[in-house]
Design a protein around this ligand. Structure first.
Ligand SMILES: Nc1nc2c(ncn2[C@@H]2O[C@H](COP(=O)(O)OP(=O)(O)OP(=O)(O)O)[C@@H](O)[C@H]2O)c(=O)[nH]1
Ligand SMILES: [Mg+2]
Length: 199
C-alpha cells in the first residue's frame, strides 16, 4: 500500500499534537507514539498516512526545512484565538513554496486548519480570513476543535485526496514525457530511413 507522508506545522501551542492524537487515537491529549501512522479508508480506498507532528518553535527553523523536504503534504495549523499564529502560516507557506518549487514540485497538497473553534468567545481570526487564504493558495480550509473532534477526520481525508490527485498528475506527466520521447525517437528513425541513394 502506498504510504503518504504529511507534516503538521504551525506555531507553538496551536494544537498540532492535539489534532494528531485526536485523529490517530480518537482521544484528547493522551500520550502517543510520535511516529504516527494510520491506515484508513478515503473514498472506499485504503491508504496509509504517516503524520509528522512538528514542534512549533522558531529555533527549529532548520529542522522545519528538513521536515518540508521529507513531506509530500502539509497541514498548516493556526489557532483561531491567536492572530500571530495565523501570520505564522504565511511564513511556513513561503518556506514550503521555496523548498518544494526548487525541487521541481508544482502542485503542493496543503490544508489550512484554524483550530480551537470551541473557544467561541476568544476568537481573533474570522472564518472569511481563512477562506480567503485558501482561495488564494488554491487549497482547503477547515475550522477544527481537537477538544470536541469537529472536522478532524475531514482534514486528513482532504490531504489524502490531494496527495492522490498529485500522484496521479505526476504519473500522467511521466507518461506524457515517455510518449513524447518515444515519438521523437521513432520520428528520428523514420527520418533516417528516408535516405536517398545515388547510383
Ligand atoms: N479549547 C481547546 N484547546 C485546545 C485544542 N487543541 C489544543 N488545545 C490546547 O492547546 C494547548 C496546546 O496544544 P498542543 O496540541 O500541545 O499544541 P502544539 O501545537 O502541539 O504545541 P507545540 O508542540 O508546543 O508546538 C493544550 O493545552 C491543549 O489543551 C482545541 O481544539 N480546543
Ligand atoms: Mg506538539
Amino acid at each position: 500500500m502506498r504510504v503518504f507522508q504529511c507534516a503538521v506545522m504551525g506555531s507553538g501551542g496551536v494544537g498540532k499534537s492535539a489534532i494528531t492524537v485526536r485523529f490517530i487515537n480518537g482521544s484528547y491529549l493522551e500520550w502517543y507514539d510520535p511516529t504516527n501512522r494510520k491506515q484508513f479508508n478515503v473514498d472506499n480506498q485504503p491508504c496509509l498516512l504517516e503524520i509528522l507532528d512538528t514542534a512549533g518553535i522558531d529555533q527549529y527553523l532548520t529542522l522545519n526545512d528538513m521536515f518540508i523536504r521529507e513531506s509530500e503534504g502539509f497541514i498548516l495549523v493556526f489557532s483561531l484565538c491567536q492572530r500571530d499564529s495565523f501570520e505564522e502560516v504565511l511564513r511556513t507557506y513561503d518556506a514550503i513554496q521555496r523548498i518544494k518549487l526548487s525541487e521541481g514540485g508544482r502542485i503542493i497538497p496543503i490544508v489550512i486548519v484554524g483550530n480551537k473553534s470551541d473557544l467561541i468567545d476568544e476568537r481573533e481570526v474570522d472564518t472569511t480570513e481563512g477562506e480567503k487564504l485558501s482561495l488564494n493558495w488554491n487549497c482547503s480550509y477547515y475550522e477544527t476543535s481537537a477538544r470536541t473532534s469537529i472536522n478532524i477526520n475531514s482534514v486528513f481525508e482532504d490531504i489524502v485526496r490531494q496527495l492522490r490527485k498529485n500522484e496521479l498528475s505526476k504519473r500522467q506527466e511521466k507518461n506524457k514525457d515517455y510518449l513524447n520521447n518515444n515519438y521523437n525517437i521513432s520520428r528520428r528513425k523514420r527520418i533516417k530511413t528516408k535516405k536517398c541513394v545515388i547510383l
